[in-house]
Design a binder for this molecule. Structure first.
Ligand code: PAF
Length: 280
């Protein structure tokens, strides 16, 4: 496995693979890889001849008071995980090489970036769409892999690929959880012992909401109330949002028939965690 920092090195490798008639998968990440990322890389390795993992903490998707500086980084551990999983190449650019002096081009999207996480993080998806477009242009993969944990991000990327005619299959992969249900996330490392225990409230609340729906509850407001009540019973938790939206367009729905996304964002102490489920 190679680790490269420049766009031209990535292009050289991919060009060679293409000459050999090989297919290429891309797993975009911000590093500090865990089993959730590993499941994406495993899937990519099983479906492509060569796999590129990008490791880049993307400054443009963090708001001014967010955790860009403190976001965890561990390139040695990341390299070992990628190598074990069978990746062919890690692209690990420096921010000033991704965003050259005077950089001023952004990919922005109306509608589906505005609700859910977009309410609290108004510039987040602009940064995500911009960096993912750049990675798509640099690697030009056949397929790219994203986790369902970031459900809105997955929907936004699919929408962007359709709108901008990227010839790339977007593959969504299931949420990977800790034994007690907490969705794996690099940000879980911010939690102290008490917060880590409290954080299980997200998956517990979602499970109850899902059960309630499976038992026949159709009103979104009632399902949301069950979820909010459970989260509010945890003293260290503060709700950012609990929403039920149409999985196709992320518009809020009054009833839970059809394919819906039930998504939540909750502060545990200062750490903002997200989780979700999709029906059908
Ligand atoms: O999901 C992430 O880790 C990031 O948002 C992504 C897709 C790698 C873009 O920086």
């Amino acid at each position: 496995m190679k680790i490269v920092e420049t766009v031209s090195e990535v292009r050289q490798c991919v060009k060679q693979w293409r000459k050999e008639g090989l297919t290429v998968g891309l797993v975009p990440t911000m590093g500090y890889l865990h089993e959730g990322h590993k499941s994406l890389i495993d899937r990519a390795v099983s479906e492509n001849d060569r796999v590129v993992v990008s490791v880049f903490v993307n400054p443009t998707q963090f708001g001014p008071n967010e955790d860009f500086e403190s976001y965890p980084r561990d390139m040695d551990k990341d390299s070992a995980l990628c190598e074990d999983a069978g990746a062919s190449l890690i692209f690990h650019p420096q921010p000033e090489k991704m965003y050259l002096d005077g950089y001023s081009t952004f990919v922005d999207m109306d509608t589906i970036t505005k609700g859910l996480c977009g309410k609290t993080r108004p510039t987040h998806f602009r940064g995500v769409c911009t960096v993912v477009s750049k990675l798509f242009n640099i690697v030009a993969p056949d397929r790219a892999y994203f986790g369902q944990k970031d459900a809105q991000q997955l929907a936004v990327i699919k929408h962007m690929v359709r709108d901008l005619n990227f010839d790339i299959d977007i593959v969504g992969c299931p949420i990977i959880r800790e034994e007690d249900g907490l969705a794996k996330s690099s940000r879980n490392t911010y939690l102290n012992e008490a917060e880590r225990k409290a954080a299980t409230v997200l998956s517990r609340a979602l499970s109850e909401g899902k059960k309630f729906m499976a038992d026949g509850e159709k009103k979104s407001s009632d399902v949301k109330k069950i979820i909010c009540d459970i989260i509010s019973s945890e003293p260290l938790a503060k709700i950012d949002y609990v929403e039920i939206v149409d999985w196709n367009n992320l518009e809020p729905v009054e009833d839970t028939e059809g394919q819906v996304l039930c998504a939540i964002a909750v502060y545990i102490g200062k750490t903002r965690l997200i989780d979700n489920f999709v029906t059908l």
